[in-house]
Design a protein around this ligand. Structure first.
Ligand SMILES: [Cu+2]
Length: 100
């Protein structure tokens, strides 16, 4: 079973499902871990997506009220990797931190 990580798009930022205050949060994962990355768009009138370019992982663009997800295995390379919303990368980007 993959572990769910849910990012909620609110306005022009990402937040975690349980914490609306921390903007564009750092997401901690382990190398080799299987993750289901879920995007919930709660931003009326805005289309959002997620890309982790270094790993060629994408969640397709969705509209307000929609949810989309992608499941992937974290590569075995510790470090920080950027995630971002492609249309709004200047405001909507953060890091995934991989630990061994
Ligand atoms: Cu966006």
């Amino acid at each position: 079973m993959p572990r769910d990580v849910t990012l909620v798009a609110r306005g022009m930022t990402f937040t975690l499902a349980g914490d609306a205050k921390l903007l564009n949060p750092v997401i901690a994962v382990r190398a080799g871990e299987r993750i289901r990355l879920v995007l919930k768009n709660e931003a009326p009138g805005l289309l959002h997506d997620i890309e982790i370019a270094a790993w060629d992982v994408q969640v397709n663009q969705i509209g307000a009220g929609e949810t989309a997800d992608v499941t992937f295995v974290v590569p075995n390379q510790p470090g920080r990797y950027e995630y971002r919303c492609r249309p709004h990368a200047e405001m909507m980007s953060g890091f995934i931190e991989v630990t061994p």
